[in-house]
Design a protein. Structure first.
Length: 74
């Protein structure tokens, strides 16, 4: 998956990867593991999701691991 496609899917489905179609989810997860730009976009989408839905009391599953992975890579 390319970054532009990943960002388009973030716009459509949001930062909860469980809501993404099964056909694209594995590629999105792989991109999140390898791309700092994808991690940044995911972080921004997570923040937006939490602002749009104030009832969301916890971040999406594995977000802490993804952020830690990003920090370690920098």
């Amino acid at each position: 998956m390319k970054l532009d496609e990943f960002k388009d899917n973030l716009t459509v489905y949001g930062a909860d990867l469980n809501k993404w179609p099964d056909a694209v989810r594995p590629a999105a997860e792989n991109l999140l593991e390898t791309s700092v730009d994808a991690q940044d976009a995911f972080s921004d989408a997570t923040t937006l999701d939490m602002l749009i839905n104030p009832g969301l009391t916890h971040p999406p599953q594995n977000l802490a691991d993804k952020i830690s992975h990003k920090i370690i890579k920098k």
